[in-house]
Every structure is written in C-alpha cells, then in structure tokens.
Design a protein around this ligand. Sequence first.
Ligand SMILES: Nc1ncnc2c1ncn2[C@@H]1O[C@H](COP(=O)(O)OP(=O)(O)OP(=O)(O)O)[C@@H](O)[C@H]1O
Length: 293
Amino acid sequence: MSSKQEVATAVDKDDKIIARNIRRVYQIKRQPNEEATEFEAIKHLDLTVKQGEFLAIVGPSGCGKSTFLDMIAGLAQPSSGEIFMDGKLITGPALDRGIVMQGYALFPWRTVRKNVEFGLEIKKVPQKDRKEISQQYIELVGLKNFEDRYPHELSGGMKQRVAIARALAYDPEVLLMDEPFAAVDAQTREVLQEELLRIWEKTKKTIVFVTHGIDEAVFLADRVAVMTAHPGTIKEIVTINLPRPRDGIRSSADFGWVRHKIWELLQNEHFSATKKKSPEQNVAEAISSSAAL
Ligand SMILES: Nc1ncnc2c1ncn2[C@@H]1O[C@H](COP(=O)(O)OP(=O)(O)OP(=O)(O)O)[C@@H](O)[C@H]1O
C-alpha cells in the first residue's frame, strides 16, 4: 500500500465514486523569475455518486467543475484528498471511465466509424468485433449511413453524437461529460439531451455531467450538485424528484419550482463571489471603515 489509502473503507456497494476532502491548488507564476503563488481552485470537496446515477454538477464560472471532472477522469491529481471508484483509488485515466468534452475532440483524419472504433483498438478488440460494436453505437446515436463521413462533413450536433458513441463503444462504467452540448444550438441541445436520457436508460451507465444550464441539469439528473464560487466545494445537493420519462416536463410547475431553487442557490453564490472579489466593494468598505475611525 502507498502512503495514500488505496482502498476506501466502509463503502456502500451502491457507491460508484467517492471523493473525499478534495483540495486542488495551482501554482501561478506571472514571470519566469517570479516566485510562484498558490491558487486554491477546490477546497474540502466531498461527493458520492451512486451506481447508475445521473448526477449533474452546476456552479459559477471558474468554481472548479472541470478541474473536479478531470480528477475523476484521472487526468489530474488532487493536491490532497482522494477519489475512489468502486472502492479503489483513482490514480490515472483508464477505460472504465469514458470522457465527452465540449468541442467534440474528434480525430479529423478518421471517419465516423474509425473515431467510434478508437477505444476498441486500444482495448485490442478484434477488427470484426470492432465493426459490429461500432455499428451498434453509431445506430444508437442515430448516425446510421454516416459511418464513412469525416468530422468536417458533419454538423455540430452530429459531431457530438460521434463523441458520445466513441465514449460508449468501449463500454466504460462511468461517463464523464463536461458541457458536452454547449456548442450546439438550443433545439439540437434538447434533442441530444433526450437521446442521452434514452441511452442512459438503456445502458445503465453512471453519468457525471457538468453544465452551466440549470434547465439541462434539472431535465437530465437524479441529483444536482451545486458548487460554491471559488474556491469550489459542494454547496448543496438537490434531489430531482421529477418522474421519468421526462418528455414534456419542462413546462410543468414542479420543473419550474426545482429550477428556481437551483437558480436561487447559484444567485446567492454569485452575489457572495462578487462581494468577495469586487475591488469597488473593497474600496467602499475601506472608505466607510476609515470614516468610522
Ligand atoms: N492549469 C491551471 N493553472 C492555473 N489555474 C487554473 C488551471 N486550470 C484551471 N485553473 C483555475 O482553476 C479554477 C477552476 O477552473 P475550472 O476550469 O475547473 O472551472 P469551471 O468551473 O469548470 O469553469 P467554467 O464554468 O468557466 O468552465 C479557475 O479559477 C481557473 O482559472
């Protein structure tokens, strides 16, 4: 065993991912000869994601959502604290976690089929099986007959579908999605959200989904984790008790109520962040305290 605890103790069998007391500090250096200063991006973050759960994370810009997702992916390490998957410490990226980022990140020189087959090649799946599996996922995301197209011949929504099919094809247990639909128009986004729910219900994956969209989070998730402004931590977890399937639910009163609750949590966070950071506020406070002397 390393100095870090490699196996989480007292794990509930339904706990898929456990993040414990995560802190992430960046070293900032403005000039090469300047001494680095520390920037604390995430502080005291605890979160458990259940097996098969759809968990969305929302929070003010710069609060550390992507940093946290990168740490679950194993692409970055916490400065302190641990993240476990199935009770085992995450120490790096692995094929048990699929990642879908904003901006698609497809290989431009590969066709749709070859993009979807990428993870299967790494997994050394035989070519005949690769073709069968990739076809299954291409069809699942509605791209039948586009197998031989290159990314530049596809719309934004289609590229995002390829990215989802590529992440699903090698059968990861967890799908990590970082604002995956941010680059597409509002109507395509709603279509992709509905398709993602259909795929999630079919594949039973655990999904952690970072978004700026409150509507998107409420529409998709079982629970929404609301983060504080920098340094980021979990402010509150809101359980979304809306019935599934959720087609047509956006116009319901219950949807509006829970949406408003999350909006208020974020609004309060925005105010406290502005208060913390605003130079005008600091000047005003300095003036009033000197007037009081
Ligand atoms: N490599 C880095 N070096 C220094 N600071 C960084 C680095 N990466 C991220 N940060 C800082 O860490 C904080 C969290 O960044 P992160 O991208 O995780 O936030 P976010 O919540 O995903 O933001 P957004 O919603 O705007 O995408 C930000 O203040 C950012 O400036």
